[in-house]
Design a protein around this ligand. Sequence first.
Ligand SMILES: Cc1cc2nc3c(=O)[nH]c(=O)nc-3n(C[C@H](O)[C@H](O)[C@H](O)COP(=O)(O)OP(=O)(O)OC[C@H]3O[C@@H](n4cnc5c(N)ncnc54)[C@H](O)[C@@H]3O)c2cc1C
Length: 386
Amino acid sequence: MQAHEQILKDVNAFCEKLRPTEDVCYLEHRYNDQIIPLASEFDILGLPVPEEFGGRGASNRTYVRAIERIGMEGSGVRSVFSVHSSLAQKTLVRFGTDAQKEKYLRPSAKGKVIFAFALTEPDAGSNPQEMKTTFKEDGGSYLLNGTKYLITNAGIADAAIVFAKAAGGAMSAFLVDMKTEGIEKEDLVSKMGTPTTNTGMFELASCRIPKENLVGKEGAGWEIAKQALVDGRMSVAAGCVGSIRDCLAEAVAYSKERTQYGKPIAKHQLIQEHIAAIKLHLDSSKMMVRRATAFREKWDQSPSDRELLSKADLAVAEAKLFCANAACDAADRAVQVLGGRGWSYLYRPGRHLVDNRVCRIYEGADEILKLKIASGVLGESYRAFS
Ligand SMILES: Cc1cc2nc3c(=O)[nH]c(=O)nc-3n(C[C@H](O)[C@H](O)[C@H](O)COP(=O)(O)OP(=O)(O)OC[C@H]3O[C@@H](n4cnc5c(N)ncnc54)[C@H](O)[C@@H]3O)c2cc1C
């Protein structure tokens, strides 16, 4: 069997085995502690990590297909992979030293190290450049101080890629062991959706980070973050495709089974309008993701080519904006097809409706991506932000 097919088979087996526990945890609004052990069991926690570092070496294409499948289980489960693999592992593959790859990347591919990616702060969201977390050199190591907010996996991660600024200077990225003295975590318990996965904040109070844990060069943090977001956004877009596919399957199955006015509701024309709209969302979102993947692959072939990076960045931004909005509308329509039963967490459309909403906020809110796309059309001098 081809590696590509085996990866997709393993991802599918993981999703099928996870679903019963996910159903229960969602209803009880609690963290699903089976996600990581099951993902380890099926060896899917290092999908994009090269085989030489213990991963599965998935191509961009295969990885995107895997994330689409995981997205069917919900944006919450998918976000664990978006952060651990798309944002963190891919960043280490690109910028990590050999020693960092041995110490963090290799165990992460087997689920022995789970990653978070900490850019956002209470006063720095859409514009991470406004961050207040600082670093300074002190006796051969770095001291980090600040607060990271709204961080996926914060409460369960073993290590995080943390961004901080030198006083009055540029941003740098650090690999931070989450057991380091001076780190205090707090879960975000009041969030609207994705209850089965972890989101939290943490404070860094004079956290001492070894010099060898600097990722890339000092001052390269913003470039590292921007490149990471290309892959992060791609995973959000791909996950939305999966969510739309699941909404379509649920709406079709229910509409054929449920009868009103003496026939299956699937025979009522206005229900068919919802089905047609969801199908269009699925097909168009898939095309946007395939297109973005093609740009992403071209950039991979020539990683230092700024023009290819810029094209991939724009295509991915378009896909993420488009797919996130399509996924919200698809879930809304699927809920409508299910009628009163749709307005319940017992059925997945209702969960997708709540969970997909955050896809329009994180990794570049709709407004930020629109501005980015517009300046891509209008030209650099019309760029609304750096
Ligand atoms: C569940 C969840 C998980 C997350 N996980 C992570 C994570 O793992 N790591 C991480 O670093 N971050 C994470 N985030 C943070 C996320 O990336 C930010 O919430 C997002 O970037 C928006 O920042 P903000 O919430 O501060 O909103 P703000 O930046 O305050 O924006 C508020 C509103 O103003 C709009 N706005 C801002 N600037 C402009 C402008 N120039 N023009 C027009 N409109 C503008 C925005 O689009 C938005 O609608 C997560 C967030 C959530 C909700």
